[in-house]
Each structure stands twice: as structure tokens, then as C-alpha cells.
Design a protein around this ligand. Structure first.
Ligand code: ADP
Ligand code: MG
Length: 226
């Protein structure tokens, strides 16, 4: 089941200590995302997309305002609950894949399961199933250097989905892929998340990529366009 996400007048400022001029990365952003919805955050470099994803993913806290996921204010979570939130509820896919180079595709996908205490045997079975779901059943034992960009991103998607997250955050997931490969990866992601009812937020500067979402929110200079 997908997460319901609400941001209320969220502002994020960086720096600004000791008289230095701070950067206002987000200014009064409010949004409400329905469970199972697929939203694109579209805007140019520097407009605050990654900052907003980091706040939704519990990687950072707003300077002002609040983020609620399934009714829980993320700022009120204990450190342990915040860690659990990042491991189990909100998963992220990155532009540069962030796979571990010394592990096979299967081991990369199994890792978050092992960290959750799943047994090695069960983790291997579930990771194999996850690779099958992204069309990489034949690449279980391949290392990242043996895979193409599109294949690397599919492994990263399988890894992100391993713990059955309620929220998937994708930060420029096609930014390092050619447009045809990017289209294929996004079509795959759109299908998988729809099937499972996962809420998705994808940051992108590409209108083409954003078109895969069912809703597009435009971000400019830290503000959502009305
Ligand atoms: P986007 O992902 O849309 O490219 P970001 O969220 O990364 O935008 O950045 C928004 C603004 O905040 C930019 O001006 C950026 O330079 C600034 N910024 C982002 N992260 C930091 C940080 N850790 N410290 C200081 N400034 C930052
Ligand atoms: Mg960014």
C-alpha cells in the first residue's frame, strides 16, 4: 500500500550561519500526494528538487514547516524510527545508481533484505524474484561493471523495491541514461509501482521523463508553480 504524503509550508535554508548569506532551497512548499500516485517534480537544476526529495525521504529536516507520511510528522521520529523509515518505508533511486561495485546484482538487491534481518536463503530468493521483475533474471551474478546503464538502473530499482516500500523517491533516475533507455526504465517503473500501489515522487529536469508520471508539479526557485 502506498504512502500518503503531505508537506505543509516547507522551507529549507542552507548555511547562513555566522553572518554568511544562506541559500533558500525551498520556500513555502505545500503538497498532498495520494497513496499510489506517481508525481514528477519538474524543474531546472538548482530549483530544489533534490532538497525536497531528501525531506520526504527523511534524509534531512525542514527549516520550517512539516512533512507528514501516513499521518506521521517525520520531524517527531526518534533516530531509530527515522532509520527504520529510510530502510523500510521510503526507498530512493539515484541518477548514478549507487550500486556496490564489489557485489553482484543479486547481492546488491539482497543487501537491504539482509539488513532487515531476512535470512540469507530467503533474501536470495526474494532478490532473484526482484531481478526477474525488472527483466534481469539472467544477470543475477553479473557485477555492476558488466552491466549497461539501463541494466544498472533496473538493479537499483529492484534494490529499492526489495523491502516493499510505501514510497519510492527517484532523483533524476534517467539523468545518466540515453533517452530510449530512460524511457524503457521509466515504463518499467511505472508498471511495477502501479501494480503494487506504491506512491512515487520523481525529480527530473526532463519534460519527457516527467510525462511518465500521472501528475507533474513544477518547481522553480524553491517554489511550486500554481
Ligand atoms: P536540484 O535538485 O533541483 O538541482 P537542489 O535541491 O540540489 O536542486 O538545490 C537547491 C539549491 O540549494 C541550490 O541553490 C543548491 O546550490 C542549494 N543546496 C543544495 N544542497 C545544499 C547544501 N547541502 N548546502 C548548501 N546549499 C545547498
Ligand atoms: Mg538534484
Amino acid at each position: 500500500m502506498g504512502a500518503r504524503v503531505i508537506a505543509e509550508s516547507v522551507t529549507k535554508s542552507y548555511g547562513g550561519g555566522r553572518g554568511a548569506a544562506g541559500v533558500d532551497a525551498l520556500l513555502g512548499v505545500s503538497l498532498a500526494l495520494e497513496p499510489g500516485s506517481f508525481t514528477a517534480l519538474l524543474g531546472p537544476s538548482g530549483c530544489g528538487k533534490s532538497t525536497l526529495l531528501n525531506l520526504l525521504g527523511g534524509l534531512d529536516r525542514p527549516t520550517e514547516g512539516r512533512v507528514f507520511v501516513d499521518g506521521k510528522d517525520l520531524a517527531t521520529l526518534s533516530e531509530d524510527d527515522r532509520d527504520a523509515y529510510r530502510r523500510k518505508t521510503a526507498a530512493t533511486v539515484f541518477q548514478f545508481f549507487n550500486l556496490l561495485p564489489t557485489m553482484t546484482a543479486l547481492e546488491n538487491v539482497a543487501l537491504p533484505l539482509l539488513l532487515e534481518g531476512v535470512s540469507l536463503a530467503d533474501a536470495d530468493v526474494r532478490a532473484a524474484r526482484g531481478l526477474l521483475d525488472v527483466g534481469l533474471a539472467d544477470k543475477e551474478h553479473a557485477y555492476p561493471y558488466e552491466l549497461s546503464g539501463g541494466q544498472l538502473q533496473r538493479v537499483a530499482v529492484a534494490r529499492a523495491l526489495a523491502n516493499e516500500p510505501a514510497l519510492l523517491l527517484a532523483d533524476e533516475p534517467t539523468g545518466n541514461l540515453d533517452s530510449k533507455t530512460g524511457e524503457q526504465v521509466l515504463a518499467l517503473v511505472a508498471g511495477l509501482v502501479k501494480e503494487r500501489g506504491i506512491t512515487v515522487v520523481m525529480a527530473t529536469h526532463s519534460a519527457e521523463a516527467a510525462a511518465h508520471a500521472s501528475r507533474i508539479l513544477r518547481l522553480r526557485d524553491g517554489r511550486l508553480e500554481p
